[in-house]
Design a protein around this ligand. Sequence first.
Ligand SMILES: Nc1ncnc2c1ncn2[C@@H]1O[C@H](COP(=O)(O)OP(=O)(O)O)[C@@H](O)[C@H]1O
Ligand SMILES: [Mg+2]
Length: 387
Amino acid sequence: MRVTRLLIEDFRNYARAERTIASAVTALVGRNGAGKTNVLEAIHLIARGDSPRARDDTELVRWGANTARVSARVERIDDARTVDVVLFSPPAGERRRPRRYLLDGAGKRADEAIGELAVVSFFPEDVQLLAEAPSARRRYLDSMVAQVYRRHRSETREYQRILEQRNSLLRALRSDVRPSALESGSAGAGEAGPGRTMELSFWDAELVRLAASISLRRLEAVRELVAPFREAATRFSGADSLSLAYAAQVEGDTIAERATAYQALIGQKRDRELWQGTTLVGPHREDLAVSAHGRALPTFASRGEQRSAVLSLKLAEAAWIRDRVGELPVFLLDDVLSELDPGRRDALVDALPEDAQTVLTAAFEAGIPERLIERADVLWVKDGAIA
Ligand SMILES: Nc1ncnc2c1ncn2[C@@H]1O[C@H](COP(=O)(O)OP(=O)(O)O)[C@@H](O)[C@H]1O
Ligand SMILES: [Mg+2]
């Protein structure tokens, strides 16, 4: 699949830019602060609905403007569509408007518009992925899975809502429960009255339903990543001992098995959840684990080794998307090549499928390997303009 045209308006430092994008390689070249990463960020937004570096839409809207638009023509094997995302940054004191999504000009729900385009991206921040808190890896995994299974996106959002509801109920129950009752080991929730206990059971059921399906999708995806990840890691660093696993709280290869296991675990953790006032069971406590020789990678790997591991993970991700969707994702490479030693740079270029579309950034044209530049469309970026 490909992005054939990109239009950005009042997005970051661009007032307006419109370009056709080459089907093979596009190299965005320009000095720091020119606006190269912003272009990749816009494509990422169309594909995954979020930015790798902005927490809030107001960061993405050009300073002084109230509305930004990113519009992309996306071509897949069997169709071509235009996806638009409109972002709002209201003037101070005014209410925030929700984003708008359009597919071929018609307003759609986020889940209908997002996912038309699949991307695999390497941003400088990604090097931290393995060393960061587990929440970063869960976000990564969910974003990857949602590129293939669109329901995953809506389910994880719904799960988040359920967690918030359940946590606030647990907090309310905690203040209901006499501490002495917990210390003496008697049933916690029973002390809080039957109405709230029933309410908690309701949220338990909601939690278990989504926990089972979210974690099963993640588990299956990680299992399918293991082989391509090993292959890529071997190619990059000769590190054939690397392995990948989904660190889950429960076992089970079907939704029903996992649901039963989560339900049982909730029972076991009931008192602790009431005591802590927070949900301790579910995929929000699980993790993607990368290890070598049985030890967690970030505990001993150098920054360079971690970068290689993350690159391997992303290449595995691309292979997974290709197998599942039937088409290669678009590669977005932000300043990656300059950060790699020559051996690894060549390995990365080798690993990029010839028939994939790649959009990359570099400060200098000279930093881009011969084999990429010879088939690249070089675009010069300066002060929020693409020449
Ligand atoms: N919302 C915004 N409005 C206007 N300019 C912005 C906004 N957000 C970032 N910028 C500007 O964008 C530039 C950074 O763009 P970026 O794409 O990261 O540069 P680079 O070419 O180094 O990748 C900086 O000059 C920054 O001030
Ligand atoms: Mg940049």
